[in-house]
Design a protein around this ligand. Structure first.
Ligand SMILES: *Cc1c(COP(=O)(O)O)cnc(C)c1O
Length: 404
């Protein structure tokens, strides 16, 4: 049954870690509860010799020079690495930079990479423009493709197999262990955009080599920060990633790192509430006559639902809705314009609810039957009272009685 799996369980389990880590030592006399915010470029050394020695410690999350990260950034790196279950993390300037930095670090001219057709739009544009210009070719694969299909798309020069699970507009859950075995058999790295699954999906246990986070979403949680994180699980990958990040000048500002660390304290309770509310609203929508499909991994008809049940310990607050084919794109847009509690806007993971029409060819047809689908939109469920959100959707759906 759809609703039985406790979508909030994984989030509740995170809260002890999130309240304890990245803080001054417990019970140290005079220690403040929180880390101080350290802004800075130059770090001073007692001697030239000490400075030169310190310069070799760029892999150790030490404060050497502001462009290589500040103390709060390094504490944030340790927490994200532990949430992801990896060894080391690099904070970068945005979620998009968290996608592009490892692609630049692990690919070179002449290489080939595989991206899912459901991939975050700006990641696709990066592959189609910059990566292409630098001599890297890309093939797109169906996000639910089986091992034989992925295998057939692998080339001798395929060095990266990229995944995004679930797709942030289409919500197919991918089989990471299967992708890992195909990637590794071909000497390719498996990269995962794990933004939806932070803390409720353990990437490295499922064979992922590089895990990507938009910290802009759940960790900062208040729609006031842009930042990203890349986590790896071996020394070799860490050196590749760290060197590329330093060469590209990747970091996040001390203020943004501090705000993200602050946001993380409440991520467990926020998401426990938001995931329950999202599932409640998803069920309510599923029973509406205007709705053809609800794209939520915890619903049994979502592609990859069985994989989600096997691999995840919870669900996020973001899901998709496909309207019935008789409803026009224009009628859906009128409906969206008449919502009052949902904000119209990009991004997700904050405390407030959002709506966004779903674009891109992949949503136009049913993932299994290939039949044409109605217009679609995406909901991010925030901390508002769930019945207020349902009431808002219900009043907006009244539009469909006159405009179809
Ligand atoms: C938002 C998002 C990003 C990019 O994050 P920004 O911080 O906005 O650049 C990357 N991947 C996914 C899946 C996202 O939802």
């Amino acid at each position: 049954m759809d609703a039985e799996f406790p979508v909030s369980k994984g989030w509740e389990k995170l809260s002890s870690t999130l309240t304890r880590q990245g803080r001054p030592p417990q019970n140290e006399e005079g220690a403040p509860v929180n880390l101080p915010l350290t802004r800075g470029s130059t770090v001073l050394f007692p001697s030239l010799d000490a400075m030169q020695k310190q310069g070799h410690r760029r892999y150790d999350h030490e404060y050497i020079y502001g462009a290589m990260g500040t103390p709060v950034q390094h504490e944030l790196e340790k927490i994200i690495a532990s949430l992801e279950g990896g060894t080391d993390c690099q904070i970068v300037s945005s979620g998009l930079a968290a996608c592009t930095t490892p692609l630049l670090a692990f690919l070179k001219a002449g290489d080939h990479c595989l991206l899912p057709d459901s991939v975050y739009g700006p990641t696709r544009r990066f592959a189609e423009t910059l990566l292409k210009r630098f001599g890297v070719t890309t093939t797109y694969y169906p996000p639910c493709a089986d091992a034989a299909t992925i295998q057939s798309l692998m080339q001798p020069n395929t060095r990266v197999l990229f995944a995004e699970s679930p797709g942030s507009h289409t919500f197919e859950v991918q089989d990471m262990s299967m992708l890992a075995s195909v990637a590794h058999a071909g000497q390719a790295k498996l990269m995962l955009d794990n933004t939806w699954g932070l803390g409720i999906f353990a990437p490295f246990k499922h064979g992922v080599d590089i895990s990507i986070q938009a910290l802009t979403k759940y960790p900062s949680g208040h729609s006031d920060v842009i930042a990203g994180a890349v986590t790896v699980n071996t020394q070799e990958d860490w050196h590749m990633l760290r060197d590329a990040s330093i060469q590209l000048g990747q970091l996040a500002s001390p203020d943004d790192c501090w705000l993200t660390l602050r946001g993380l304290r409440t991520m467990g309770v926020r998401l426990a509430h938001q995931s329950r509310a999202a599932l409640q609203i998803a069920h309510w929508l599923k029973n509406r006559p205007e709705v053809a499909r609800v794209l939520h991994p915890a619903l049994s008809d979502c592609p990859g639902h069985e994989i989600w049940k096997r691999d995840f310990t919870g669900a996020g607050s973001l899901f998709g809705v496909v309207l019935s084919p008789q409803i026009s794109q224009h009628a859906m847009e009128t409906m969206i314009d008449s919502l009052k509690t949902f904000g119209i806007g990009a991004s997700w993971g904050g405390y407030e609810s959002l709506v966004l029409p779903t674009s891109g060819g992949i949503i136009r047809k049913h993932p299994v039957t290939g039949a044409p689908q109605g217009p679609a939109f995406r909901l991010q469920i925030g901390l508002e009272c769930p019945t207020d959100l349902q009431d808002d959707l219900a009043q907006a759906f009244e539009i469909f009685k006159t405009a179809v």
